[in-house]
Structures are given as C-alpha cells and as structure tokens.
Design a protein around this ligand. Structure first.
Ligand SMILES: [Zn+2]
Length: 599
C-alpha cells in the first residue's frame, strides 16, 4: 500500500513538473493576469495612465516569453522530401517501447540528412545495433539521436575512421565537446541508411530532453508535415481474471473477444482489461502505437495512458504493461511507467460483485485528436473462484527480496525486480542431453524482470578434458538453447539474468564458422564478404587484416556477414593480397581464416 501511495505521489509530482515545464508561457500569462486582477482591485489607488502602463508591460512580458518558447520548441525537418513514418513514438516492441520516429527514406539509403536545429554534435557512434549514429545536443534543451545512418560527412567521417584504425575496432565512441562540431538547422550532417538492426532503409530519430533524459515524441514538432485523419482501432480485447480473485465465464484463464457485436460477458470478482489496438495514418498501410487510451466503467474513468514520455529504464516496463501485444488498462504494482494512470483504488482493476451489467467504454485518441469509441458489457454473475494454491517457497512477492534455492541452483531476485506477485510453475529434470547440470524450470512461461538477478547453477558431470571457460548458462525455450554467458567458480557457473525461465549449463567447444562469400567477385564488387555463424553462444569479437594490417570490417548483425569495403587509397588494386579474419565466441573458441585474393 505504501509503495502504491509513494508511486502515486511520484506520478503527481512528475505530472506537475511536466506541465510547468511544457507550458511556461501559459503559466507566465496567468501570472500576469493575476497581477492585472490585483491592479483592478486597487484601481481607485492607481491613476488610469499607470494602469495602462502595467497592462501593456504585462502583455509585452507574456508575449515575449511566448515567442521565446515558440522558437525554443521549433525544429526543421531532417529531410528535403515529404515525411512519412514507418513507426511512431512509443510503439510496442518485444522488449522495449520504440523511443523515436522511424522516418521512411523513399526506399533507399544515401539521402541527405539535415540537422533539425542549432547545437553541436555531442556523440559520434558506430555500433552493431544502431549502425552509424549521431547525437546532437540542441540549444533548446533537447538532444536528438540519428540512427542507422549509411555514413557521416566530413570531417566527422574522417574522425571516426581514424578512431577505428587507432583502436583496431569497428565500434566507435567519440564524445566531442561543444566547440568541436557546432551545427545549425538545415546543415547536412550525414547520409541516411540501413545499418545496424534495421530491416529496410529509414532514419530512426530519437528526441530526448537533455536534462531529464526522458524520450519525448518528436512528432509533436513535425505534426503539420504529416497528414493523419484516421483514428486508432481496437482489434481485440482481453479480460484478465486475477489469480485467486476473479473468474471470467467460469474460468481463471484470460479471455479474448472482438469489440464488434460483443455479447455480454459473465464474470465475477476482480478482473482487468487489456486491448490490442493500433493507430493508422493517411496514405500508408503501416500501423502505429496508440497515443491515448481511456477506460471508463459505468461512466467513471478508471484508467488512462498517454504515450508522451519515458526514460530508458521505463522502456523495459513494457513487459509489465503489455501481455502478448495487448496493452493492459490496469497497472501492476511494480510497474512505474509514468505514462499510465489509474483512477480507482485497485490500480485500474475492477471488482464485479453485483448481479448487474457493467458498462465498459474505451476512448482512443491519436496525437492529432482523431478519436474512436468502443463499448462492451460485463455481466455480474456469481461464480466460484478457486483460491491460490498455497506454496510459500514458490510464491514470490514483487516488493520483497526473493531467494530460490534448489539442489544445485541458487537465484537471488532483488526487491521490485518483479512487477507483480507470481506463483511459479517449477520443475527439475535430472538428465538433459548436452547439459552438464540439471535443467531447472523456474517457470514454464518466461517472466521478465526489471533488474538483473544473480543465478548460480551447479555443475554435475564435470568433463575433465574440457576447460571451464567453455561452460555457459543456457536458457531453454521450446527445446532451443540460448546462451546467457557465465563464469565457472567453485562448482557453479554464475551469470546474471533478467528473467525467470528454464535454465541449465552447457558446453561450447566449437569455434564460429567462417565462410568467404564469393571471393572471386571481391575484385569487381570492391567488397570483401565473410559469413560468420555461431551455433552455441554468440560472437564475442572479430578482427580482419589485409597484408598484416588492420582494416575496419563491419558486422551486419541482420545477415551475419562481416564486410570490408575496399579503400583503393589504402589497398592496391589488381594485385594479390593476404586476407585474414579471426572470430571468437563467448567461450573463447577462436577461428582463423586466411586466403590470398587479387583485389
Ligand atoms: Zn526505430
């Protein structure tokens, strides 16, 4: 209860701070009006001329602040062609909320990218996940991140290339100071691309408040550049009977139905509701995240969500807010997403304890104000509710530290790592193929955690011929093993996990597989291409050399290819060159490939 109140108070403070921050001109305007009001109260004491002076002065003051804020809040578009989105702000992704806008680049890479404002380049990055990236810190209090770029312009491109050569790594992290690379609105800063974890040419544009580091909706600044007359749509609704507290149609299982012609649904006890809904925009078939959702029951507002800001940490709370792409219209106790608000004392859950019809209304809105409404009836019908089977050991409480102890397994889950209390469906298998430990099912369905937890698994069948660097903790899901890393110490392999699932220990002694892709064509294409495959764990590092000298090979994670675009200024064309590629996996298994090719 205390936690709930604290989080509520936090939300209120946050909201007030947000309003003050976002609407300063209105605040000042109102202050001036109050001042004027007091002036009129004492009007008999002031001369009329004095009164006029005050009126004019306060108006000038308000207007100057207003225009200041208007320029503060302005940005120019990043491209010189019409803007179209392939994804919007806050869209639901598997393990995060989409933090920016995905702007279409007319199906190709290499479009000129322009700075949206005045400021300076504060970070130059090349990463495997987001490709070439730029951070630009703007004078107006916002910082933009441009991701998946094809390349930088001069002199940033040269600076990044020098860094790669010097550190002998593809990945680049440069943090220039405010004087090094100043930029102005409309300045050409890079080329759009499709690098990193990207499945088609586009620009991912993030905007965050420099001070709070909260991601905000960049679309607010380009609203009039994009047409949207289409409201959001609810595709289906899910009812969540609460464990041991509620039933829907005689069952504690979740129930899905479509809002169109929905019949009244019989329920009893405590239930929650969630919706699978998307927003749409004009002239495209893409679907987007929904900006505003309001749920009312019998005309009373119980839940409201506005996707307007979130921090990096909050982004993972999508695991708590959503279930299989359904957005819950209730808040789990450990979920601190500020975008969600509940208006009843049950975090948005609803108690059905009257034999009558409960009228549920949904109102969905997009950033443009396009609105849709949906209604359905839940019919209060007494039904028996199964209590939670009591099991102290496997009933974990979200607001306590939880320790799971099994023969050969230890796990420590910090307080508030879980979003809600859970009853684990646990099991242990003593013989599993390819494993050197028992296989522990902590829960059959994966339960994500907000923070990392220490996991120790005891090794049972130590293989004396294999060194312990080859051990790794594996998560087993549908017979598929995924490496979670880990280090061996005193009979246990220790790692950190951010979920409850099924775990064991496996061995990886096989180095990555490297294949040269069509080396006979490298001379004509100018690209040296290798395919790198790692079956058990993950690629830890790689390094490419030509004639014994480092060259920056990029790693395309979407295609598992390692590529070097031959620089004719450095590599002489038409003669033979010795090419070497080394790749290592997470268990220190190394593969080296050498070949001589005419480039
Ligand atoms: Zn994106």
């Amino acid at each position: 209860m205390q936690e709930k109140l604290a989080s509520q108070a936090y939300k209120n403070i946050e909201l007030r701070r947000t309003i003050l921050f976002r609407y300063p001109p209105f605040v000042y305007l109102r202050l001036s009006l109050v001042f004027l009001y007091f002036c009129t109260l004492f009007k008999h004491k002031l001369k009329t001329r004095m009164k006029h002076y005050i009126l004019i002065l306060s108006l000038i003051f308000s207007l100057s602040l207003y225009s200041q804020d208007a320029t503060k809040a302005a940005f120019v578009p990043p491209f010189d062609f019409p803007l179209m989105l392939s994804a919007n702000f806050g869209e639901l992704r598997t393990n995060h909320l989409h933090s920016g806008l995905d702007i279409k680049t007319q199906g190709i890479s290499g479009k000129k990218l322009f700075s949206i404002g005045n400021g300076y380049i504060s970070r130059i990055l090349i990463t495997h996940g987001s490709g070439h990236m730029l951070y630009i810190r703007y004078d107006n209090g916002y910082t933009a991140i441009y991701r998946h770029l094809a390349g930088f312009v001069s002199p940033i491109a040269e600076r990044a290339a020098e860094y790669q050569q010097e550190k002998e790594t593809w990945e680049v992290v440069i943090t220039p100071d405010s004087t090094e690379y100043p930029v102005h609105a409309g300045q050409h800063i890079a080329w759009s691309g499709n690098t990193g974890y990207s499945f088609g040419p586009h620009l991912h544009l993030d905007l965050f408040e420099t001070e709070t580091e909260d991601y905000v909706n960049a679309l607010s600044f380009f609203k009039n550049k994009i047409k949207d007359t289409r409201p959001p749509v609810i595709h289906s609704i899910m009812l969540f009977p609460q464990l041991g507290k509620g039933v829907v149609k005689g069952s504690q299982k979740r129930l899905i139905f479509t809002p169109k012609n929905a019949q009244p649904i019989e329920a009893w006890g405590v239930i929650g509701v969630g919706i699978k809904a998307y927003d749409y925009m004009d002239e495209t078939n893409n679907r987007y995240g929904v900006h505003t959702v309001t749920l009312s029951v019998d005309g009373k507002k119980v839940f409201h969500s506005v996707v307007d800001r979130f921090s990096v940490n909050e982004s993972r709370m999508i695991y708590s807010w959503t279930y299989n792409s359904y957005m819950k219209s209730f808040i789990e106790p450990g979920n601190k997403l500020r975008m969600l608000q509940a208006y009843n004392d049950q975090r948005g859950l609803i108690t059905i304890d009257d034999e009558r019809d409960y009228k549920f209304d949904y109102e969905l809105k997009d950033l443009y104000g396009n609105t849709s409404h949906y209604h359905f009836i839940v019919r209060g019908t007494p039904q028996s509710i199964q209590p939670i089977p009591y099991n102290e050991k496997y009933y974990l409480k979200w607001d306590e530290v939880n320790h799971i102890n099994e023969p050969g397994l230890e796990m420590h889950i910090p307080k508030e790592a879980l979003y809600d209390n859970v009853l684990l469906n646990h099991n242990v298998w003593t013989d599993s193929p390819g494993a050197i430990a028992f296989t522990y099912q902590l829960n059959d369905e994966r339960i994500p955690l907000q923070t990392n937890s220490d996991l120790y698994i005891g090794v049972r069948n130590k293989v004396s011929t294999i060194d312990t660097t080859k051990y790794y903790v594996a998560r087993i899901e549908k017979d598929k093993a995924t490496s979670l890393g880990g280090k061996y110490e005193n009979g246990f392999v220790k790692t950190r996990v951010r979920e409850l699932g099924t775990f064991t220990v496996k061995i990886d002694t096989v180095p990555p597989l490297i294949t040269a892709v069509n080396p006979q064509r490298w001379r004509t294409t100018g690209n040296i291409v290798f395919k790198v495959e790692e079956k058990e764990t993950d690629i830890h590092s790689y390094k490419g050399m030509i004639d014994g000298k480092y060259v920056p090979f990029s790693w395309e994670i979407t295609t598992n290819r390692i590529i070097y675009k031959v620089d004719p200024h450095k590599i002489k064309k038409g003669i033979k060159h010795a090419i070497e590629l080394v790749a290592t996996d997470e268990c220190e298994n190394e593969r080296k490939v050498n070949l001589t090719v005419t480039l």
